[in-house]
Design a protein around this ligand. Structure first.
Ligand code: PLP
Length: 400
């Protein structure tokens, strides 16, 4: 008799986006004349920039010629891309990395989900609440049951406090999805120091790093002294350069980073991940890595920065528009997400229904990101400018 992995039966079904789709579909089939504005799902809407498209075309042409055709590439990524990442993302911030400390992958979702393969099942895991749901679900799938939730709410300014009990793995998503929170160097140092003291591992998801606009906010956890000994950093081209449908990301694992056997023997995490990645993954397509490389050309950098500014201008409009009608907002300054407190403390789903039915705007109920998201709501800056402006006009008609 074939047995299933029963851990998968323990995951709470996350119906968030399918529930949203159901409610939106029901509404639109009954109201076909109404234009719905979608500021819900965190996906980009601007097309890939011209430099990226040119580079993709050139790489496709290379694949058509006998001399330049590429079969399997290096599983861990092509050097040409890894070198550009180190030179552009880390060295200017005073962080030196070796090429074999950067692993190219098809996405941070896969990497943040798969990293647990090389970590013990008995580890106690700290997860901020609310947050990107992949961390919790993939730990439950792996059979990790010791979860410590770190509440983030208006009262603590969405900054998690250190856990009271000792934890082994700590997920920090900064800038945060969904709250848009960032930590200063001093605040992040508290976590690095905790991890050093407790021999814990920080899993630092910096998927929204490119959206940071304020000074003194670290873009990489390795800007904090000693972080190389305790942290893995996840980065992605998805939101930075519009690669959500093109797929390219990378994970940094410094060689200083050690995990431990039950006997207390230190083991290189970098070596374990190298083994795991090269055994279970066959590399990101050459054409995609060439496209990612072009993000670091002069024109690529400028185009990508312009698109990010476009989204962040939307974020400003949303914050200002909501402020005008007396809705309290958070985030939206260093992240493409605006996290808002629902008026009159309405439950997140009630507010969702009001926005859909009265204003024909779709957002994301905060409770979908964790219990502490109840009473909050997420809007994204990833819409078009026109839709963002129209959505804010519609908010003026909101009476609760
Ligand atoms: N990490 C966070 C915090 C995200 O919000 C997302 C996507 O929304 C991802 C990772 C997924 O990134 P990728 O597209 O590289 O898989």
């Amino acid at each position: 008799m074939i047995k299933v992995n029963e851990n998968f039966l323990k995951i709470k079904n996350n119906y968030l986006f399918s529930d949203i789709a159901k409610r939106v579909n029901a509404f639109s089939s009954e109201n076909q004349d109404k234009k719905i504005i979608r500021l819900g799902i965190g996906d980009v809407t601007r097309p890939l920039s011209p430099t990226i498209i040119t580079s993709l075309h050139e790489a496709v042409d290379e694949m058509s010629k006998i001399d330049t055709f590429k079969g399997y590439g290096p599983e861990l990524g092509y050097d040409f891309l890894i070198e550009k990442i180190i030179d552009n993302e880390f060295r200017p911030r005073g962080i030196e990395l070796d090429k074999d400390e950067v692993f190219i992958s098809d996405g941070s979702k896969s990497d943040t989900g798969n990293i647990g393969d090389i970590l013990g099942v008995d580890n106690r895991v700290a997860i901020t609440d609310p947050v990107y749901p992949v961390y919790l679900d993939t730990n439950i799938m792996a059979g990790r049951e010791n979860i410590t939730y770190l509440p983030c709410n208006k009262e603590n300014n969405f900054v998690p406090a250190l856990p009271k009990e000792k934890v082994d793995m700590i997920y920090l998503c900064l800038p945060n999805n969904p709250t848009g929170t960032v930590l200063t160097k001093e605040q992040l140092k508290v976590w690095v120091d905790y991890a050093k003291e407790n021999k814990s591992l920080i899993l630092f998801d910096a998927a929204y790093e490119a959206f940071i606009t304020e000074e003194n906010i670290p873009h990489s956890i390795y800007e904090i002294d000693g972080a190389k000994e305790v942290a893995i950093e996840f980065r992605s081209f998805s939101k930075k350069a519009g690669f959500t449908g093109t797929r390219c990301a990378y994970t940094v694992i410094p060689k200083e980073l050690k995990g431990y056997t039950t006997n207390g023997e230190a083991v290189s995490i970098n070596k374990l991940w190298n083994r795991r990645h090269s055994t279970k993954f066959n590399g990101v397509p050459y054409i995609v890595q060439k496209a990612a490389e072009s993000v670091y050309t002069d024109s690529g950098k400028k185009e990508v920065a312009d698109i990010i500014s476009y989204y962040m201008e939307n974020a400003k409009l949303i914050k200002a528009g909501l402020g005008e009608v007396g809705i309290e907002t958070f985030g939206g300054i260093n992240a493409p997400y605006i996290w808002l407190k629902t008026p009159n403390n309405l439950p997140s789903w009630d507010f969702f229904d009001i926005l859909l039915n009265k204003l024909n705007i779709v957002g994301t109920p905060g409770v979908g990101f964790g219990q502490n998201g109840e009473g909050y709501f997420r809007l994204t800056a990833f819409g078009s400018r026109d839709n963002t402006i129209e959505a804010m006009e519609r908010f003026k008609k909101l009476s609760l």
